[in-house]
Design a protein around this ligand. Structure first.
Ligand code: NAD
Ligand code: DAU
Length: 353
């Protein structure tokens, strides 16, 4: 088959990447989608079992830290576009092991930029390098204000510093070499297929198993939550219609203190598990705070709304119900993930808190 475009999606076996792959494979049968993923602890091909036989989808196992492999891959497939999501993504892991964040998030991104430059050789018409980033690069807000696209970078964890660094490098390649880059910085995603090291799936899993729900500090930190499919829709729009060299912030208009989110989740879980009201909330346990814990993130997403007409589709309550249903209906997915090395991670992360 002759494909209209060949697109490389990196990190497509992860949480957000799998939703992006699914959207592109289903929505664009005339695009060939190549999913490149190293299948780290966070990558799981089970996330894509509904699309893995599609004729326009192909999976390649590979590590973006391997520049030679990337050059060969780019020469083989002649990509028209790259949507780059592969990353080490968990703040707590970046605090215990910063180096893998430097090598994957920074060096890996530069390897991809170099491979794209070599392939495209200054012929950029119809080409696109799309870098997926995070609101954490902007640092931490007080009780007022929002992150806009012009907010100065102020990353405060090894994770956010590595993402900030990769953002700068992507923009530098855009300005210096004319590479057709576009970036988005998104707030906290939630939804199906998220690895249970992140707050929402971890809490669902623990409530389900009558284990304590670890809330860092006093639970007053605020995050702006967005349903993952809404993020994937935004990525589709930006890939096709975003301006070259532009940055768009993406957020849920949905700020919540962690403790309030957890209480809402406990209420939903009590109902779904036929437990007496208040049962799950008894599992809430305040534990030692995350080092350098950012207080508040909140996104001003007016640019992407005005330019591209994007806004979140799902209300948080509805999204959270859907998310809980997915985890309760996919217990095998969770069991497979949480057996083995997850136990070791969990002990290291939470035992001494
Ligand atoms: P994730 O940890 O669930 O998935 C990351 C994927 O990248 C995994 O499949 C993993 O196997 C792969 N990967 C890791 N290192 C690799 C390497 N060296 N080579 C190839 N593949 C590798 O992450 P996520 O939550 O889906 O986040 C995806 C992207 O979106 C990241 O760039 C992250 O910074 C960004 N982001 C995430 C959120 C969020 O709330 N989760 C919000 C904004 C931005
Ligand atoms: O803002 C976007 C970012 O959101 C992404 O770039 C990151 O990849 C993603 O992991 C997420 O980062 P956070 O650190 O905000 O997400 P996490 O789910 O780890 O934590 C959410 C909040 O909950 C945060 O304030 C820390 C707190 N927390 C987290 C865990 C895992 C707890 O209180 N207890 C926990 O056990």
């Amino acid at each position: 088959m002759n494909f209209k475009k060949i697109i490389l999606i990196t990190g497509g076996a992860g949480f957000i990447g799998s939703h992006v792959v699914r959207l592109f494979v289903n929505q664009y049968p005339d695009y060939r989608i190549i999913n490149l993923d190293a299948l780290t602890y966070a990558g799981n091909l089970e996330n894509l079992k509904d699309v893995d036989r599609a004729p326009n989808y192909h999976f390649v196992k590979g590590d973006i830290r391997d520049a030679e492999m990337l050059d060969q891959l780019f020469q083989k497939y002649h990509f028209d576009g790259i949507i780059h999501l592969a990353a080490e993504s968990h703040v707590d892991r970046s605090i215990t092991d910063p180096m893998s964040f430097i090598t994957t998030n920074i060096v890996g991104t530069v390897n991809l930029l170099n491979a794209a430059r070599k392939l495209w050789q200054d012929h950029f018409s119809g080409k696109r390098f799309y870098h997926i980033s995070t609101d954490e690069v902007y640092g931490s807000l007080g009780s007022e204000g929002f992150f806009t696209e012009t907010t100065a970078y102020d990353p405060r964890s090894p994770y956010s510093a590595s993402k900030a660094s990769s953002d700068h490098l992507v923009r530098a390649y855009g300005h210096t070499y004319g590479l057709p880059v576009v970036l988005t910085n998104c707030s906290n995603n939630y939804g199906p297929n998220q690895f249970p090291e992140k707050l929402i799936p971890l809490a669902i899993h623990n409530i389900r198993n009558n284990k304590s729900i670890p809330v860092y500090g006093e639970g007053k930190n605020i995050r702006d939550w967005l349903y993952v499919v809404d993020h994937a829709r935004a990525i589709d729009l930006v890939y096709h219609r975003g301006r070259n060299l532009a940055t768009y912030n993406i957020g849920g208009h949905n700020e919540l203190r962690n403790i309030d989110l957890i209480h809402t989740l406990c209420e939903i879980m009590d109902r779904k598990l036929n437990r007496a009201p208040g049962t799950s909330a008894k599992l809430i346990t305040f534990v030692k705070d995350r080092l350098g814990h950012d207080l508040r993130y909140a996104i001003d997403a007016s640019l992407i709304r005005q330019e591209l007409g994007w806004k979140p589709g799902l209300q948080f309550k509805e999204g959270l119900e859907k998310t809980v249903d997915w985890y309760l209906n996919n217990e095998e997915w969770m069991t497979r993930i949480t057996s083995g090395t997850y136990q070791q991670y969990y002990r290291q992360q939470y035992e001494k808190r």
